[in-house]
Design a protein around this ligand. Sequence first.
Ligand SMILES: [Zn+2]
Length: 401
Amino acid sequence: MTGAVKRAFKFRFYPTDAQAAQLSRTFGCVRLVYNMALQARTEAWTLRRERINYNATSALLTAWKKTDDLAFLNEVSSVPLQQALRHLQTAFTNFWAKRAKYPRFKSRKRSRRSAEYTTSAFRWRDGTLTLAKMTEPLDVVWSRPLPQGCTPSTVTVSQDPAGRWFVSLLCDDTITPTPACGAVGIDAGLDSLLTLSTGEKIANPRHERADSKRLARAQRDLARKQKGSANRAKARIKLARIHARITDRRHDHLHKLTTRLVRETQTIVIEDLAVRNMVKNHRLARAISDAAWRQLRTMLEYKTAWHGRTLIAVDRWFPSTRLCSTCGALAQPMPLGVREWTCPCGAVHDRDVNAARNILAAGLAVTACGDDVRPQRGTSRTGQSSARQEHPRATKGIPVL
Ligand SMILES: [Zn+2]
């Protein structure tokens, strides 16, 4: 349950012009190899009903590098290209296990620009990091210390849409378990980020409202610029910068919060909001809060596993808002604007606190019944489905701290 864990540490770095050019080329080659291998696998299956595995795509890569047209693949480190094929393999494994949709091509504009290096493709010496095909070490801003004696096993270099460079180091770390007791239910809201069953309300990060306004304005500006123009490119970078600032602050906020919750509490109950339905909502505030909710869940998944806590997800169709947490009576549906309501039993409820209490009760019912449902949904006696997660999916989130 606890002890040795893999943990990623992410830092900014400032490449030299030569390094930036080399990395950009690597990102391009990674994308190309991924797309070509995906195409080969798709064709083999649709035309010949043949399944191509990782080894076969690896052999294809070797052949591609020998052709004149693709000889430029030799100019970048071969490891990130191999890793791209491994990532594609994982995407197919997830697809076959029905955990994900069919893999999609990586797009030049929309896909994450990143490259993954394993131990044979970087040198880690005296706290400096040098990547394959580079002479100088990366100029990394070590904003926090790595764990004592940490040697990274994988290094991932990426560039975000705002143009910032990051390096993420995957290290072995140990966690010393500490005892905790009690249980807490968490409700996600729009007004306050989260409400706990204890009555505590956790606000959105400071400045977020102002930043959201700026974001909306930047989006309008971008929409007005002519396609392909230099001004449009500028507007896009500006938009990406504001986006990056909002998500960074959120990330920070959620890390502090989840660490505190996991330290203090043994059992944490959340609502199992279906991610796929949420993304369809295009309203800005909603989209941001949905993203935060997914992050919160991922963080809780690995942090509860690290610390030997229990995370329970109860079904979203459970009428958590209008069920009286005191007497169990079901009130009439109420509009979103209603923040407080009174039950015929006399209890006065804050809408969100009441919801959080109901979520907690539903989660505890799951543990009491010994209803050990796997992450896919099951239906319990009360008609609400629930999922108890003590071992979250290993594929999800090598955590970034
Ligand atoms: Zn009541």
